[in-house]
Each structure stands twice: as C-alpha cells, then as structure tokens.
Design a protein around this ligand. Structure first.
Ligand code: ADP
Ligand code: MG
Length: 726
C-alpha cells in the first residue's frame, strides 16, 4: 500500500505537461461559435421571425407555435451543421448540477430508414419524467408529472454532439422544481420594480437589467492521488489529513506564477468556454496552494447563472485531460482557505446607467443613493434569508472559518459612503432644500469614491464602488440560489419605496424632499446591517447579536428563514415562490443536508475502521516487537528506563485508536437514531447536532496518528503530496 502511495506521488510529479489544443484563430473569431446566439439566429431565421422572437424575449411575451416551429427548424439545421446528432432540454434541478437527457434527432421514415427531425413542440415543452430529482413532495401527489419548458431568454448551445436547450422545470400544477423558474420570476420582479423607481426618479430608461459577475474559485489535485482518497472521490473534500508543514503561510501562491500544467488546463478550458460564449476574463492563483480562480465579464443574471453552470461542467470535463480533478467543494482541505464564488451584482438600464454608480450631478447621486439605501434595507430586513440562501453542508465548513465571511450577514460601505449616509440622516429638511447643501450631501460622491478602494475581505456583502459583492456564496453552489433571494428582496423593497414615495407625492409633498425623507428614515432603520470592522472577531459576533442580526450557526435552522412570515410574504408579494413551493424547497434543502453529512459519516467510519486503525495496529505491533527484542540487549535497569519512552508511544497509539473506535461507534449509533426520524427538518437537525460533531473528534485523533505512524505504511496521500502541483 505504502509503495503504491509513493508510486502515485511520483507519477503525479512526473506528469508531462499536456499542451492545450491549438486553435490558430483569434478568440473573437470563434467566440460563441457553439451558441445559437443573436447573430446566428439572424442568419438562420427570416427577418420577420427573428424580429418577433427578439421582441418576445425582450418584452417577455409568449412565443406562438408558428414562431417556435421555425426556430426549432433553424436550430436543428444549425446544430446539425456543427455536428450535433442529439438534443436535450437542459435544466437546473434542485441539486448541485444540471440535468440533461439526450434524444437523437432521428425518427422513422420509410421502413428501415430514419430522418433527422426536430420541431417546435419538442423545442417548447417536454415531459422528461425525471421523477427522481428532489422535489420536496410536490410530485408525490396524483399528478406527478414534471415538464421542462423552453427559456428563450437564454440561448441554446452545443456541447459535444448535443444541442442543449435551456429550460425551466415545473410540475404539472405549475410549481417550480428547479432554480431557473424562481430566478426568472425574481429577475422579472426586480427589473420591473426598479424600472418603476427609475420612472419615479426621472431616470431615462425603457428597461432595467440585473447583472451578475461571478468569481469561481476551485482547487486542482492530481487525478491519481484523487483516486486514492475515497473521501475526495465521494465527498469532494478531505475528511482527514494533517496540515502540511508549509501551506499558505508565506502567501507565495496568491497571484503567483501559475504552474505550467495548470496554465495548459486553463487555456484548454478557456477555448471551450469561449466557444460556448462564456466571457472568461480573469484567471489567477488564489491564496491556498493548488487553489485558482476564473472570473468572466459580468452579464445579465440569468445568462451569467447558465454560464457558471456550463463552466463548472466544463471544468470537470477538461481537468482529466490534464490528469487533474477539479474540486469545487467549499472546504476541500482543513487549515487552508476554502473556495467561494463571489457574486458581483448590480442593476443597470438600457440607457447605459449603472444604478449603483455615483454620477456627476446631484440628481444622478440622488438616484445612486436611493438604490444603495434600498439595497441596504433589503439586506437588513432579509439578512437571515440571504444567509439561508448560501447555507449548505459544504459552505458551513468555510463560512466563519477565519478566511471567509462569517456566518452573519452585514454590509461593508467604506468610510466615505458611511459618512455620506450619516450626513443625509442627520441633515434636516430645510438644509436639504438648499442647493449648496444638496451638493455637499450628494453632489461630491464621484470625487470621494475615487479613494473608496479599501476592500474589507471579511465582509460577506460589500459595496465595491459600482456594485455589491456577495462573498458568502459557496464555490459549488448554483448562484441562482443567492440571486433569487437577493433580487427578490430588492424587488420587494423597491416596491415598498415606490409605494411610499407615490403616497407622499400624491399627498402634495415635493418629490425630492419626499425621497430624502424616506431615505433618511431607511438609513436609520437599516443602520444595524452596516459594519466596516473585522468580521472575524469575536466582538463582532456579540455586537451583531445585540444589533438583532441573525447569528444562527446551524445550517438546518438557518433554512427556517425561508418560512418566516416576512419571507413568505416577500416571495408572495413579488410572485417568486408561493408557500407550497417554499415548503417543498426547504424539504429538499434539509434532505440534501442530511444526505451530505450521512455520506461523509459513512466514508469517515470506513476510513477510520478499515484503513487507519489496521495500519496503526500494524505499526504498533512493530513497535511492540521491537520493544521485546530490545530486552535481549540491555540490563534490566537500563531496559526499564528505555522502555518507558517506547511504551509511552505504544500506549499513545493505543489510546488514539481507542478514541477513534469509541467515537466512530458513537457516531454510527447517532446515525442510527437520526435515520429513524422521518421529518426532514428534524432529521437534518439531528445530523447537525449529533452526528457531525464526531467528525472533528475522529479526525483529530487520526491526524495525530498520521504524525506518528511510519510514513511508509500510511495509506492515504498526505496534504503535502496533494497540495503542491509542479
Ligand atoms: P475582484 O477585485 O473582486 O476580483 P474583478 O475586477 O475581478 O474584482 O471583478 C469581479 C467580477 O465583477 C467580474 O466578473 C466583473 O465583470 C464583475 N463586475 C464588474 N462590474 C460589475 C457591475 N457593475 N455589476 C456586476 N458585476 C460587475
Ligand atoms: Mg477576484
């Protein structure tokens, strides 16, 4: 076994660099070539059909069967020219990935012959059965059917030989069974509420767009080493392993030169991503050894979410070509940084205005402050819900672990903005009526913003000059989850603001004064969410609790936030999710949490009892044997002195093994008790409270043994072997 480990490590180090494919064309020449995008549509559709399709997409109208038929034919023609033989409805079920079921284009023609066919009906709607996807009970009723329906707002694309058509996935009775359905509803809610706000504030706009730019962090490990770690293979993270003597202390990896083998992987990935229209812009080393990041140019949120899922899938596919496995887990290794997926978010207009950008005139800045303060209010009111949106079994190991945002949501604004908001809050109406004063309050923001580059890395939700950066999102997450909540919360808040403003204006108040007065009130209310200090400190935890912010640490209990009356009301008011959907989705969340912890517990038990204890026993026997044999060499007195040290070591090994056995037995017992619970919420709580706490106890003893046992006997690749790609 030991020899096998050494062999694998050597192999990992000896891997030849696999050069990335050569394209021989500029990126702009092949960018989006596998996407049925607007320019391709224009080529393949008649101008009338093209115009009608664009109109429906832009205005959210329905698409007639006739248009769908023509689009389907054009898609098939284009896809077959690009070598596609199959098509699939591509959707985002309530698990970590995407779903696809490939169907060939062929249909029977004359007996013994086939022809390629694809029509509008197949494009628009399908019933992919897919009954095994999590649905939280919605499909247990008599009408258990699930339908996928075409989302024309995100373009179809080709992966390998398959035409992928982005779709939503809903039940026969119309409830969402996926992430895309509520995301589209949330985006529609936020963009129409924001457009209404723009109208009220005299911002010229025909449309508002929600934007997302994600930053995808990930780890790479050598494929052979990955394969000999059952925990990596089955849980996506190491559940044991002593820290390497050198890890990230020297900060020599962050932004360092990227290892050759990794660069070639990145290049290959970028080529595939560009073909699929994913606008990757940035690649770099992250803080931890073997940790890297990709970030695209931001896009409309629905498209950006699709693109992130496409990228994660591509990463998994391309990595093995370079003898790597990609780890998207939030905390693959203890003791070094975990991976997040910062979600940069903003709202902008079709007239080119970023609603979170301070402008040049007092009016621009009034608009900026209005959107900023409303976002503060939304985050304040729904901080527990936002936290629940990023909560997962994996992210729990990362959040609050002193390298990632804490498990408390707060907003970082920076000195200048904080001062400006304070001034607005404290200035009275008479002064606000005064032009000079108005300028002082709002007009100077652009100048001040120039310096506002201080980045507080400990903040989970930071204002970064012209956007908010939601940093608590986990690396493996579908960003739709957090984007649904954020956009819905802001939609609800903007609607409240619009209504309040209308009421005052209708009551005869001056509009600008009314805006000020409402914002002033909001700043006062939302103040507790603003925090620019060190989010890692213990003082902040106490302070946050005294401010009434949600400090719940248990993931299963965090999910309760979705079912608070204020959340149910918010989702109902915005039309994003009804109560039945919320309940069903929480069932899925609890069930998923339980399953993840259950799998980890099983793998840990297996490794502890079948890998670690036998090896430690073997080493201990060798030590014992040695101790007995030494007796023949020494006088009784000398031997006694010498045996004290040696037998201490043997006893220590015994006591660690004993603890591992005891804790593992107890963990298995706790699991048995938890498994008997039928309610998903209670089961998840039991797993969190009674099973998961054994993980660190068992691991701690195993990691101690790793330092004692003969290196040659140790069965699992060690951190120092996993973490340093040459
Ligand atoms: P960081 O310094 O946080 O790494 P980057 O410059 O790498 O920031 O950008 C991170 C992401 O933010 C990118 O995807 C970028 O396109 C995106 N981004 C930039 N401006 C905006 C904006 N106005 N709205 C949304 N995302 C944006
Ligand atoms: Mg970055």
């Amino acid at each position: 076994m030991a020899n096998l480990r050494f062999h694998l490590v050597k192999e990992a180090f000896d891997h030849q660099v696999v050069p990335a494919q050569k394209v021989g064309r500029k990126v702009s020449d092949y960018y989006g070539e596998n996407v049925f995008n607007l320019s391709t549509m224009r080529r393949y559709l008649t101008s009338g059909v093209y115009r009608k399709l664009r109109q429906s997409v832009e205005q959210g109208g329905s698409i007639s069967p006739d248009i769908a038929e023509q689009v389907a034919r054009a898609m098939k023609k284009w896809a077959m020219r690009r070598g596609a033989t199959h098509y699939t409805h591509w959707f985002h079920p309530l698990n970590d990935g995407t779903a696809e079921k490939h169907d060939a284009f062929i249909q029977h023609a004359d007996p013994g012959h086939v022809i390629e066919k694809f029509n509008g009906k197949l494009l628009v709607q399908q019933e992919p059965d897919a009954s095994s996807f999590p649905n939280g009970g919605i499909r247990n009723t008599f009408e258990a059917r699930g339908y996928s329906a075409w989302d024309p707002s995100s373009p179809a694309f080709i992966v390998d030989d398959t035409l992928c058509i982005p779709t939503i996935f809903i039940s026969y009775t119309g409830e969402a069974l996926d992430y895309k359905t509520p995301l589209l509803r949330a985006l529609s809610a936020v963009t129409s509420a924001a457009l209404d706000t723009c109208g009220l504030l005299d911002v010229p706009a025909g449309k508002v767009v929600s934007n997302l730019g994600w930053e995808q962090e990930y780890f790479l490990v050598d494929e052979a080493l990955f394969s000999s770690r059952p925990d990596l293979m089955m849980c996506g993270r190491t559940i044991m392993g002593h820290e390497s003597a050198k890890n990230q202390q020297l900060e020599d990896h962050y932004f360092g030169s990227i290892p050759k083998r990794v660069v070639e992987f990145m290049k290959d990935l970028e080529i595939e991503a560009y073909r699929l229209g994913v606008p990757l812009k940035t690649r770099h080393n992250e803080v931890a050894p073997n940790q890297f990041e990709f970030a695209p140019i931001y896009e409309e949120t629905n498209l950006a979410v699709d693109h992130n899922l496409i990228l994660m899938d591509l990463m998994r596919k391309v990595a093995p070509k370079h003898h790597f496995r990609v780890l998207l887990h939030e905390k693959p290794f203890a003791g070094i940084n975990g991976s997040g997926k910062h979600c940069n978010w903003s709202l902008s207009t079709d007239t080119g205005i970023n609603l979170f950008s301070p402008g040049k005139t007092p009016h621009d800045n009034l608009v900026f402050v209005a959107f900023l303060v409303n976002t503060l209010m939304a985050v304040y009111k729904h901080n527990a819900l936002l936290k629940a949106s990023v909560g997962s079994a994996g992210n729990a190991y990362r959040l609050g672990a002193n390298e990632a945002p804490p498990a408390i949501i707060s907003v970082f604004l920076g000195n200048q903005l904080t001062r400006i908001l304070k001034e607005i809050e404290s200035s009275d109406e008479i002064k606000l009526g005064d032009k000079a004063r108005l300028n002082l309050n709002i007009g100077l923001i652009p100048e001040l913003m120039v310096d506002n580059t201080d980045r507080n890395r400990t903040s989970p939700f930071a204002f970064t000059g012209n956007r908010f950066e939601f940093r608590a999102v986990g690396s493996s997450a579908n960003c739709a989850c957090s984007m649904i909540v954020l956009n819905t919360a802001v939609a609800g808040q903007l609607s409240d603001f619009n209504a309040a403003l209308r009421k005052r204006v209708e009551g005869g108040e001056d509009k600008i004064k009314a805006v000020y007065s409402i914002l002033r009130e909001y700043i006062g209310i939302a103040k507790p969410i603003c925090f620019d200090g060190n989010g890692y400190s213990d003082e902040w935890k106490q302070e946050a609790a005294s401010r009434g912010l949600d400090c719940e640490n248990s993931i299963p209990l965090q999910y309760d936030a979705y079912l608070r009356p204020s959340s149910i009301e918010l989702f109902k008011q915005t039309g994003v999710l009804n109560e039945k959907e919320l309940h069903a989705r929480n069932e899925v969340k609890w069930e998923t949490y339980t399953k993840k912890i259950q799998i980890e517990a099983r793998v840990l038990g297996d490794l502890a009892l079948n890998h670690i204890i036998p090896v430690a026993t073997r080493y201990q026997s060798a030590l014992l044997d040695n101790l007995y044999k030494l007796k023949t060499l020494y006088s009784e007195e000398d031997y006694r002195a010498l045996s004290v040290v040696k037998s201490d070591k043997i006893k220590k090994i015994e006591s660690y093994m004993d603890d591992i056995q005891t804790f593992t037995d107890a963990m298995v017992e706790a699991r048995k008790v938890a498994n008997k619970i039928t309610a998903e919420r209670e089961k998840a709580i039991a797993y969190h409270d009674t099973v998961e706490p054994y993980f660190s106890k068992i691991r701690n003893k195993i990691d101690k043994l790793e330092l004692m046992v003969d290196n040659e006997l140790w069965p699992l690749p060690k951190y120092r072997e996993l973490l340093f790609i040459r």
